[in-house]
Design a protein around this ligand. Structure first.
Ligand SMILES: [Ca+2]
Ligand SMILES: [Ca+2]
Length: 570
């Protein structure tokens, strides 16, 4: 009965949706010059040679022979697969609990460095969202239907890059588990996916469910050790060269899909243009160094040390990716978010934190992190240490490093620790300035580039004034040779953490970190500030804060590791 009522409602919606009152601006609906599905070599395109283009205008019902369509759920029962009508491709009609997809064959098996895909995307209220996947032909074949994707608004597909357009992220005030949108933030987000996992998710300025066609442009540039992904919607950049570790070059083919859940809406696309540029040979597989292989980290094992044999000479490697994986121990996961770190020791025993992470509440996850900046430390025989002060159950920890050969435009050759420690904040008897004392670094002639990297996370909470430091945002200033840079130590996208949901208060904004995430550094390129004496004066200042509940509880502190990285030209 419920289904029947829903169907009547959606039938009305379809009628409304198809009505001419929809009125898209003509400029957005202009068909590309090539009006039929075709693949061509378009040497004139913006002066770039060897561009391989496929254009799908969906103006002719015969164009349906270009793709393989699949529908599931109600859409399948009602015989409503994707179809061409009104000069568009209707991916999904208003049937609830349905998915639909179209996949195109690969017009070429040429591997290219650049892939650019543009299309128009329109949806209306009721839709969960839509997605695009650049299907890896090694895994998913040169032709045929798209693999089964449960949530097209979050298309995580093995060995393939995906983009999700999530149109609905309802408010959920449950402090634990549940969807994450506790603060009632806008419900339109774009996520990037690689090899079966969501990597990142961001809000966008535009609501997709406004029935208007939005111009989407996706550019994949395969680089050493991964892919730089850029995405624009209506000329607004949502991602600009966002690096996805280990997503190295592959031959792909396009698939589009959409999903309706408990409510139903329509999704259509038009004018899909798929361009490939710059043929390249297949990339060399990485050299993998296992550092910590499934070691238990629990109350009795707070630390794992490993003697690791890294390559003696790392000059030919342009990228080093660290994979951190937390699996369930034989008992159960630790229920808490714990501070954890991965350190590497220098020749003289100096400790360098190369990665800090906060464990997820009651679950595992895997992260891939670019640690190329630590190249000078990741060679020869080294002590690698993973430490996490859990008190009961824990995780099974795996840490490995992938070295990718390729050309680099800069090579890190020196890492200097700046400030390292956990200063209390808000206590006039222990001014934080006594910890963050000005540092002077001399920059040798070899340095062509330099970067300051701050890894700071705030801990401690009520009754500290303003719930410091975990739940208090605070401004900070980095000053290098007199030039100041500002940042706010406050992370507001925790509710979009790909490691979700978790069995704890994972969704709330925090001071520079998220439960179930690696800590992202604040990085400032200071190359242009190196003075005539080849020196850098580096200062770090926190905005003023007074904790009026001193002595009542654990003092608020800012756990700090910071580095100056020097690079040479190759
Ligand atoms: Ca069209
Ligand atoms: Ca959603």
């Amino acid at each position: 009965m419920r289904i029947l009522r829903m169907s009547l409602a959606v039938a009305l919606l379809v009628a409304f949706w198809r009505a001419p009152t929809l009125g898209q601006p003509a400029t957005l609906l202009e068909a590309p010059e090539k009006s039929h599905a075709q693949a061509s070599r378009d040497d004139a395109e913006e002066g770039k040679s060897d561009t391989i283009r496929a254009v799908h205008a969906f103006d002719n019902p015969d164009d349906a022979s270009a793709f393989e369509a699949v529908a599931t759920g109600e859409a399948e029962k009602r015989k409503a697969p994707p179809k061409i009508a009104d000069g568009r491709l209707y991916l999904l009609e208003s049937w609830w609990k349905s998915t639909a997809s179209v996949a195109f064959p690969a017009p070429t098996d040429t591997m290219t460095r650049v892939v650019e895909v543009s299309w128009k995307l329109a949806m209306n209220t009721g839709v969960e969202g839509a997605g695009f996947v650049w299907l890896n032909v090694d895994k998913h074949g040169l032709s045929g239907a798209a693999p089964e994707v449960e949530k097209w608004e979050a298309p995580s597909v093995p060995a393939s890059l995906g983009v999700g357009f999530d149109a609905r992220n309802p408010v959920n005030r449950d402090p634990f588990r549940g969807s994450g949108n506790a603060y009632d933030r806008p419900q339109h987000e774009v996520s990037l996916h690689w090899d079966g996992m969501e990597i990142v998710k961001r809000t966008t300025p535009m609501d997709f469910r406004d029935e208007k066609p939005h111009n989407v442009k996706l550019r994949l540039i395969f680089v050493t050790g991964g892919a730089d992904v850029s995405l624009w919607i209506d000329d607004t950049a949502i991602y600009e060269q966002y690096f996805i570790p280990s997503a190295t070059a592959y031959v792909g083919r396009p698939a589009f899909g959409a999903r309706n859940g408990e409510t139903a809406g329509d999704v259509w696309i038009d004018d899909a243009v798929i361009g490939r540029q710059e043929p390249i040979p297949a990339p060399e597989p990485p050299v993998t160094i296992m550092a910590i292989d499934r070691q238990l980290n629990d109350g009795k094992h707070p630390k794992t040390e490993a003697a690791v044999e890294f390559p003696e000479n790392t000059d030919r490697f342009a990228r080093i990716i660290c994979t951190l994986r937390l699996d369930q121990p034989e008992t159960r996961f630790d229920p808490w978010d714990r501070l954890a770190e991965i350190n590497v020791y220098g020749d003289d025993g100096e400790r360098f934190e190369i990665l800090r992470y906060i464990t997820p509440y009651h679950r595992g996850h895997e992260w891939k992190v670019d640690v190329t900046d630590f190249r000078p430390l990741l060679r020869g025989e080294r002590k690698v240490e993973q430490a996490c002060g859990t008190q009961g159950e824990g995780w099974v920890v795996t840490v490995k490093f992938d070295f990718y050969a390729g050309a680099a435009d800069r090579l890190a050759y020196k890492v200097i620790n700046l400030w390292s420690g956990s200063p209390e904040i808000g206590n006039p008897d222990k001014p934080v300035g006594d910890f963050y004392t000005p540092q002077t670094a001399s920059i040798d002639e070899r340095a062509a580039f330099a970067k300051v990297r701050m890894v700071v996370t705030g801990h401690g909470m009520y009754p500290n004034t303003d719930n410091a430091a975990e739940f208090m945002s605070i401004g900070r200033t980095l000053t290098v040779n007199g030039e100041s840079f500002r940042d706010i130590l406050w992370k507001t996208d925790n509710y979009l953490n790909p490691c979700r949901p978790q069995g704890g208060t994972w969704k709330y904004d925090r001071a520079g970190w998220a439960p179930g995430d690696v800590v992202r550094p604040w990085e400032v390129d200071v190359t242009g500030l190196i003075d005539d004496k080849r020196r850098l004066e580096i200062e770090y200042q926190l905005d003023s804060y007074l904790n009026e509940s001193r002595g009542e509880t654990w003092a608020p502190f800012h756990k700090t590791e910071s580095h100056l990285i020097m690079y040479s030209k190759p």
